[in-house]
Design a protein around this ligand. Structure first.
Ligand code: PLP
Length: 406
C-alpha cells in the first residue's frame, strides 16, 4: 500500500540540503549523476572508521569478525533488494562501470568465439559501449547496435532484425541517464531467452527509482552503483546467475580470490569471492546497507508514486516554456529531463542556474552517440530524486524563464 510521503521530514535526513550555494538554498537536480546521502549512511561510515575498522574475512580477532559480519550483512540486504536467489550471486564492485567491465572481460573468455555477436543500443552510457568495443577488438567479435526512434525509445524491430544465430550476448540499459526512457527489458529478456542469448542489464539509473526483481526478470547479469541510490561512492553490485559466475574465469587475480597458491598451480575461491580480489571498500559497503534500508523504509511503491507526480509536474511545466526543446519524449520514462534552449549554450545555462543555487548537469552525459543521434553536442539535464519538492521545481521553472527572457 502506498502512503503520502512527508517530504519535509525526509529532507531533514539529508544534511547537505541545508547548504547555501551562491547565497541561495541548494536545489539539487543532478541526481542522475549522483544522489545525496542521508545521515544514516554518513553515520555508518563514521561509525565504521571510529569503532570497527578492520580488514575482513581473514582475521580471527574481534574487530575483523565484526567488520566481516557487517560487510556480509550488506550482501544479504542487496540479495533481498534485487531478489537474487542466493548471496553468492552478489559481487561487490566499485560501481556499474566495473561491473560491466567485469562481465565484458570474463564472459567472452569462457563462452564466445571469433565472429560471435554482441548487441548494445544507441542509448547506452559510455560504460556500456567502450568495454564491449575493447573486448570485440581483442577477441574479433562483432558489436551491433539497436536503433532508437525520435522519441528516444528502443526500436524493437531493429533489435529483432539484428539477431542472428551468431548473436550470443545483449547488454542494455534499463533506464537511460540522458533521456529518462524506461526500456521494456522484460520483453527484451524474453526475446533473448527464445534465442538462447545471455543478457546484462545496466541498472545504474533504475535501482533508486523502480523495483528490481532479477529472478522475475530472468536476466543473467544486473549491475548498479550505490552512489546513485543514496549510498556511498566506490561501491557497486554485479549480480550474476551462479551457474555463469561459477563457470566464468576470475576478473582480477590477488588475495581473497584464491583457495590455494603455489608456483605450479593456483586454485580459485568460490563465488562471490572469486570475483572480489584484494581488500574491498569495506566501510562504504557497510554504509551502503543503510542506503538500502533508507529506500526500503520509504518503500519502492511510495517512491515510484511520489516521483511520478514530480515527473508529470515537471514535464508539463517544461513543455510550456517557449524555446525549450526536450531531448527524448518516451511514453514510459522517469524524471530525467534533457533539454536545449534556443540561442543559449548549455554551459551558460548551467552557470546561470548555479548562480541561483540550482545544480543541473550540462554536456553529453557520457552518451555521445545519443547526442549524435539528435544532432546536438550536449544538453542541460535536470534529474529528480525522492527528496525533491514541488517548490523546488517551481523555483527552477521560474529561474529558467527569467534566464530565457533576459
Ligand atoms: C546508465 C548508466 N550506466 C552506467 C553509469 C556508470 O556508473 P558509475 O560511474 O557509477 O560506474 C552511469 C552513470 O552515470 C549511468 O547513468
Amino acid at each position: 500500500m502506498s502512503k503520502p510521503l512527508n517530504i519535509d521530514r525526509l529532507r531533514k535526513e539529508f544534511p547537505i540540503l541545508k547548504t547555501k550555494i551562491n547565497n541561495n538554498n541548494l536545489v539539487y537536480f543532478d541526481n542522475a549523476a549522483t544522489t545525496q546521502k542521508p545521515i544514516k549512511v554518513i553515520n555508518a561510515l563514521d561509525y565504521y572508521y571510529k569503532n570497527i575498522n578492520s580488514n575482513i574475512h581473514r582475521g580471527i580477532h574481534s574487530l575483523a569478525e565484526i567488520a566481516t559480519k557487517e560487510f556480509e550483512k550488506t550482501r544479504s540486504i542487496v540479495k533481498k533488494f534485487i531478489n537474487a536467489k542466493n548471496e553468492e550471486e552478489i559481487i561487490f564492485t566499485r560501481g556499474t562501470t566495473e561491473g560491466i567491465n567485469l562481465v565484458a572481460n570474463c564472459y567472452p573468455k569462457k563462452y564466445l568465439k571469433e565472429n560471435d555477436e554482441i548487441i548494445i543500443s544507441e542509448m547506452e552510457h559510455h560504460s556500456n559501449i567502450v568495454p564491449w568495443q575493447m573486448i570485440c577488438k581483442e577477441k574479433k567479435l562483432k558489436l551491433k547496435v539497436i536503433e532508437i526512434n525520435k522519441k528516444g525509445e528502443l526500436d524493437l524491430n531493429s533489435f529483432k532484425s539484428l539477431i542472428t544465430d551468431k548473436t550470443k550476448f545483449v547488454s542494455l540499459v534499463h533506464i537511460s541517464n540522458s533521456l529518462g526512457t524506461i526500456n521494456p527489458i522484460k520483453k527484451i529478456i524474453s526475446i533473448c531467452r527464445d534465442n538462447d542469448i545471455k543478457i546484462l542489464i545496466d541498472g545504474a539509473q533504475a535501482s533508486p527509482h523502480i523495483n528490481i526483481n532479477v529472478q522475475e526478470l530472468d536476466c543473467d547479469f544486473y549491475v548498479l552503483s550505490a552512489h546513485k541510490m543514496y549510498g556511498p561512492t566506490g561501491v557497486g553490485v554485479m549480480y550474476g546467475k551462479s551457474k555463469l559466475l561459477n563457470e566464468m574465469p576470475p576478473y582480477m587475480g590477488g588475495g581473497e580470490m584464491i583457495k590455494n597458491v603455489t608456483f605450479n598451480k593456483t586454485t580459485y575461491n568460490d563465488i562471490p569471492y572469486k570475483f572480489e580480489a584484494g581488500t574491498p571498500n569495506i566501510g562504504d559497503v557497510i554504509a551502503f546497507k543503510e542506503a538500502i534500508n533508507f529506500i526500503n523504509e520509504i518503500g519502492k511503491e511510495n517512491i515510484q508514486n511520489y516521483e511520478k507526480d514530480l515527473k508529470n509536474y515537471t514535464l508539463e511545466k517544461l513543455q510550456n516554456i517557449d524555446g525549450l526543446k526536450l531531448v527524448g519524449d518516451a511514453k514510459n520514462r522517469i524524471g530525467v529531463f534533457s533539454f536545449t534552449i534556443e540561442n543559449t549554450h548549455y554551459y551558460d545555462l548551467g552557470l546561470l542556474l548555479d548562480a541561483k543555487g540550482i545544480a543541473v548537469r550540462t554536456g553529453h552525459h557520457c552518451t555521445q552517440p545519443i547526442m549524435d543521434k539528435f544532432n546536438i553536442e550536449g544538453t542541460t539535464r535536470m534529474s529528480l530524486a525522492i527528496y525533491n519538492s514541488i517548490e523546488e521545481i517551481d523555483y527552477f521553472i521560474e529561474s529558467l524563464k527569467k534566464i530565457i527572457n533576459k
